[in-house]
Design a binder for this molecule. Structure first.
Ligand code: 13P
Length: 337
């Protein structure tokens, strides 16, 4: 498949992406929350449970893996990549090396991982990866983000995207504006607009083929500590669509949201509200980590005996987000098992 075909397949109707690419530090935090020690065996067992969930492939087009996972084998000896491929699910890989403090920019971060990236991408491609992810982190306060921070992160995202396309891999471009602060939805709108504008300028300068790439952004929502609380799905949909219409080129085939700390049901309801307002210039789908996995993790609790319950919880969130991706979700569907 060409880059453009892979990008379109990842946002096929009724389907979105599972982000299961938690780094070693992040998966340890998730496992701590269920009282499970983060060993290589438990990480393998957890991801194997998700990837072998019956029927999930109806709503999951692709899975983003971590470096350890793309090399791991399941209990039956098949690689986890082979299991995904046998279900028609496209394997992807996180290739950034995380965010570190940005010099002379208090409170701001720059994502690392460009050195040697071409060779790593070639190896990942040989291991089966057809798409990749790189996450830039943009935080909001009274004084940040600075344009300096947006510029260097956009440059890195575009350089990563160009390298991916050179190696025959679809880049998912993820500039995440965090929802951690006390800011309003209007502030999120302004910062997201500025961030996306800077990112697409850099992609243009570095000759990224947007038709063979996907955007993974935050939705336009208030910060978690905002005094007025969370916005309604209608308000989130209005702000998000308006913001993207100002900045995101129509050449991008799909916009796959991160969940970023929204609850499972919020992330689903907001995606649904956005799609109910279609048609749009792009497909709007999901690339959720926490919002797809949280109930499965809680049901599994680190024990093989709970794998069926974990799979049922994951299958449900995949199904409901698949419906939301088409604008066919209803909150009443949350009550069904
Ligand atoms: P969340 O949906 O949990 O934000 O994770 C998505 C992701 O891949 C962040 O990089």
């Amino acid at each position: 498949m060409s880059l453009r075909e892979v990008a379109r397949a990842l946002v096929a109707p009724g389907k979105g992406i599972l982000a299961a690419d938690e780094s070693s530090g992040t998966i340890k935090k998730r496992f701590d929350s269920i009282g499970c020690e983060s060993t290589e065996d438990r990480r393998r067992a957890y991801r194997e449970m998700l990837f072998t969930t019956p029927g999930a492939a109806a709503n999951v087009s692709g899975v983003i893996l971590f470096d350890e996972t793309i090399r791991q084998a399941a209990s039956d000896g098949r690689t986890l990549v082979a299991i995904l491929e046998s279900e028609g699910v496209i394997p992807g890989i996180k290739v950034d090396k995380g965010a570190v403090p940005l010099h002379n920019a208090p409170g701001e971060l720059i994502t690392e991982g460009l050195d040697g990236l071409g060779a790593r991408l070639a190896e990942y491609r040989a291991l089966g990866a057809k798409f990749a992810k790189w996450r830039a982190v943009i935080d909001i306060s009274d004084t940040i983000p600075t344009q300096y921070c947006l510029d260097v992160n956009a440059h890195a995202l575009a350089r990563y995207a160009a390298l991916c396309q050179q190696e025959g891999i679809v880049p998912i471009i993820e500039p995440e504006v965090l929802m951690d602060g006390a800011h309003s939805i209007d502030t999120c709108y302004d910062v997201t607009l500025r961030t996306l504008h800077t990112v697409f300028n850099a992609c243009f300068d570095q000759k990224v083929d947007l038709q063979g790439a996907l955007l993974k952004p935050n939705m336009v929502i208030p910060g978690k500590k905002h005094s007025a609380g969370q916005a309604t799905p209608d308000a989130v949909a209005d702000a998000t669509i308006a913001c993207f219409r100002e900045t995101v080129p129509a050449a991008i085939p799909g916009i796959v949201f991160l969940s970023g700390g929204q609850s499972d049901a919020e992330a689903t309801a907001n995606l649904d509200a956005i799609n109910k307002r279609g048609p749009h210039p792009w497909e709007f789908s999901f690339s959720y980590g926490r919002a797809l996995q949280a109930p499965a993790l809680a049901a599994w609790k680190g024990l093989d005996a709970n794998a069926d319950a974990g799979q049922a919880a994951y299958a449900k969130r995949a199904r409901l987000n698949g419906a939301a991706r088409d604008g066919k979700y209803d909150a009443a569907m949350e009550a069904a098992s």
